[in-house]
Design a protein around this ligand. Structure first.
Ligand SMILES: CC(=O)OC[C@H](N)C(=O)O
Length: 247
């Protein structure tokens, strides 16, 4: 007989993650969802054959005030950095980057508690909505700002410092993909105050992008960059008049 997988848990985790996000930012919702969240967490862990659901839930809940504190700092970073934002409320209600960071910080807490599978299900839920793929294992410090966001990939062993800004299409990835590299540092380290513009690709576990650097759009980096660098990609663009409408 073929082995069965409890794939309908995908729906359970989708609703759980959504309601966890609501509860985190709205005191009324916190009360409304409290019983559901605990019950669903315990059911999900038991379906995944994970032991000590009650203890894990208790430890996870202890993390929530600090997660909220960090997310309020992230939201402030969005407000301070994006000239297109009108107020803080807009960040919480409308920004995909903020939504993705919120679910990342929640899933990361579960990852740190050694909960298997569930954190990845949560990150895949928000990946589906925003196009932003942050592995729950990544380490991301305070005041992280993602603008637009679609196509961003942040690998499992990435380390991101404080006040980092990244734009759509950025990849923090591995230079080599091989099963034998599991449990090694495969993804880059980004120091404080770095800004990485659209579609830049930074690859390798021993790559460090030094503090205060700016990485321009479309740059491909496989070597470390010293602090305070400006890294750009030069491409030749030709603009000339069309001849009789023909190129
Ligand atoms: C982001 C990335 O490098 O992905 C490749 C592979 N999944 C890994 O984690 O190494």
């Amino acid at each position: 007989m073929k082995k069965s997988y409890n794939v309908c848990l995908k729906d359970t985790v989708k609703t759980f993650t959504k309601r966890l996000f609501y509860a985190l930012f709205d005191e009324e919702q916190e009360v409304t969802h409290a019983e559901y969240l605990e019950k669903t967490f315990l059911k999900t862990l038991s379906k995944l054959s994970i032991e000590d659901g009650a203890g894990t839930w208790k430890r996870f809940k202890e993390n929530l005030p600090d997660i909220r504190r960090q997310l309020d700092l992230d939201a402030k970073a969005f407000e301070n950095n994006d000239p297109a934002s009108y107020n803080l409320e807009e960040i919480y209600l409308a920004y995909p980057g903020f939504h993705a960071i919120s679910i990342y910080r929640l899933s990361h807490a579960l990852y740190k508690l050694n909960v298997p599978i569930l954190p990845r299900m949560m990150s895949e839920y928000i990946h589906g909505i925003t196009g932003i793929d942050i592995h729950p294992g990544a380490t991301i410090e305070e005041s992280f700002y993602i603008d637009h966001g679609t196509g961003i990939v942040i690998g499992e062993s990435s380390i991101i410092g404080k006040n980092v800004k990244i734009y759509q299409g950025v990849t923090l990835g591995g230079i080599q993909v091989s099963k034998s590299l599991a449990s090694t540092k495969r993804h880059p380290t980004i120091e404080d105050n770095v800004c990485i513009y659209a579609n830049a690709t930074i690859l390798g576990g021993d790559i460090v992008i030094g503090a205060n650097s700016i990485i321009g759009a479309n740059v491909w980096i496989t070597q470390s960059v010293p602090e305070n660098s400006l890294v750009t990609y030069q491409t030749e663009i030709k603009i000339r008049p069309k001849k009789n409408g023909i190129r």
